[in-house]
Design a protein around this ligand. Structure first.
Ligand SMILES: Nc1ncnc2c1ncn2[C@@H]1O[C@H](COP(=O)(O)OP(=O)(O)OP(=O)(O)O)[C@@H](O)[C@H]1O
Length: 229
């Protein structure tokens, strides 16, 4: 699903590498936490997977494609197969819940009748049935993140990348979001989540990849946030 082979990313000549000879392999259906202190390279790794940034050296395969060589016109097709969720939700403030989700199938040209069934189905899956007409400012933080997850999932991507999805939420609300991500993973979507949330990582006991200064310091099945020494 995701394979990095000796990947280095240097943003500016002379700067320390954001990723430094990084190799890892994430298989279909896995749930992986990406942890590490601020600046360790988590977001950089996610942006390389999405081909928002390009590696300085090394090879990256995502969904069977060599994204280090992928021509520019093929990048949108790659991104269509990847759902993304962020800490700040990135909702369109002047659009309803329904329209925020519908935008994803609209941009890839899904037929209208398909959108009319897929959007309500997805909103139900994330627990927002009945809130289609609400505007983002009429939602709680947890509900806003559910809209973002619905938008990420409505086109049924095989891979979901989440960059600190619980970063703006209180612990109880965060657990609701984690339950949802786990459910999405159980239905076959590979989930990679960058997080600083110790409690969540410690309780969920999923695979943990820890970055330190852009290097893979630890890659552990059923890991905790900090290394047990
Ligand atoms: N667009 C950019 N241009 C230059 N340097 C960058 C850029 N993005 C990230 N960096 C640098 O790369 C390094 C890794 O940053 P990155 O954002 O990947 O870390 P992170 O682990 O996601 O941090 P955080 O937990 O704070 O989000 C940092 O030193 C950062 O300053």
């Amino acid at each position: 699903m995701i394979n990095l082979d000796d990947v280095t990313k240097i943003y500016k000549r002379g700067a320390a590498p954001a990723l430094n000879h990084c190799s890892l392999n994430i298989g279909v259906g896995e749930f992986v936490f990406l942890v590490g202190s601020s600046g360790s390279g988590k977001s950089t790794l996610l942006s390389l997977v999405l081909r928002e940034e390009r590696a300085t050296s090394g090879q990256i395969h995502v969904l069977g494609q060599d994204v280090t060589r992928l021509s520019r016109w093929k990048v949108p097709r790659l991104r269509r197969q990847i759902g993304t969720v962020f800490q700040d939700f990135k909702l369109l403030e002047n659009k309803s819940v329904y329209d925020n989700v519908a935008i994803a199938p609209q941009v890839i040209g899904r037929p209208r009748h398909a959108i009319q069934t897929e959007v309500p189905q997805t909103l139900e899956m994330v627990g927002l049935a009945g809130k289609e007409k609400r505007m983002p400012h009429e939602l709680s933080g947890g509900e806003m993140q559910r809209v973002a997850i619905a938008r990420a999932m409505v086109n049924r991507p095989k891979l979901l990348l989440a960059d600190e999805p619980t970063g703006n939420l209180d612990p109880t609300t965060s657990w609701g979001i984690m339950t949802l991500l786990e459910q999405i993973n159980r239905t076959g979507t590979t989930v990679v989540m960058a997080t600083h949330d110790h409690q969540i990582v410690d309780q969920m006991r999923k695979r943990v990849i820890e970055l330190v200064d852009g290097r893979v310091e630890r890659d552990q099945e059923r890991g905790a946030y900090g290394m047990a020494r």
